[in-house]
Design a protein around this ligand. Structure first.
Ligand SMILES: N[C@@H](CCC(=O)N[C@@H](CS)C(=O)NCC(=O)O)C(=O)O
Length: 212
């Protein structure tokens, strides 16, 4: 599989999932500003949305959208047990992937992180935090994971929560969420993905600064 990613983006969740699965993969870095791969390919021609993650499967077709990509990798490596086998558990994972993608990632964190978003947009996003993080706080008070066992939904949530300090969000307001996040970071796959991508992110910043 080939994973198109930009460092420290949501595609980090797929990298961590690949590591959890022990899946061989090629990682193709996309510059989020120029929309070119580091090899110089035009990323718009690969993914017309210009977004990461995009996964070139072993059969050669391209899959996009976090929930689909994460489930595809996890289902390809069932021995890693990152998806429940029963329908209720699987449906719950899909519920959480939808919640994380639409209610947290896109509705809250994208506007808070986007330097082009004005103060009103940021306030609109910030207003949504209380309900959404409160729901997580209640849920995670009595649960180690989002569903009965560790799943790709936890990997996606931890990836989004990684952005909190950069988005001006103090997770200490939701102690169960903060403790959950800290636990997630102990997973070797996630810790490895995070440290590798943080280094790549810093290199990207240096390259960009030199180019301007
Ligand atoms: N709906 C997409 C959203 C992916 C997404 O927002 N990716 C961000 C990185 S975290 C991105 O590529 N942003 C660049 C852009 O939108 O041009 C998914 O779930 O995969």
């Amino acid at each position: 599989m080939d994973l198109y990613f930009s460092p420290m983006s949501c595609a980090l969740a797929t990298r961590a999932t690949l590591y959890e699965c022990g899946a061989p993969a090629r990682f193709v870095q996309v510059d989020a500003h120029t929309k070119r791969t580091l090899e110089g390919d035009d990323y718009w021609r690969i993914n017309p949305m210009g977004q990461v993650p995009a996964l070139r499967t072993d059969d050669g077709w391209l899959l996009t959208e976090n929930p689909a990509v994460l489930q595809h990798v996890a289902a390809s490596y069932p021995q890693a047990c990152l998806l429940p086998e029963d329908l209720a558990g699987l449906s719950r994972v899909q519920q959480w992937l939808g919640f994380i993608g639409t209610e947290l990632h896109k509705a809250v964190f994208v506007p808070l992180l986007d330097p082009k978003a004005g103060a009103e947009v940021k306030q609109y996003a910030r207003d949504k935090l209380t309900l959404r993080m409160g729901l997580l706080q209640t849920h995670l008070q009595h649960q180690a994971h989002l569903v009965a066992s560790y799943s790709v939904a936890d990997i996606y949530l931890a990836t989004v929560l990684n952005w909190a300090p950069y988005a001006g969000v103090d997770l200490a307001q939701w102690p169960a969420v903060q403790a959950y996040h800290q636990r997630q970071l102990q997973r070797p796959a996630l810790a490895r993905a995070l440290s590798e991508e943080f280094a790549l992110f810093q290199e990207e910043q240096t390259r960009r600064a030199r180019a301007t």
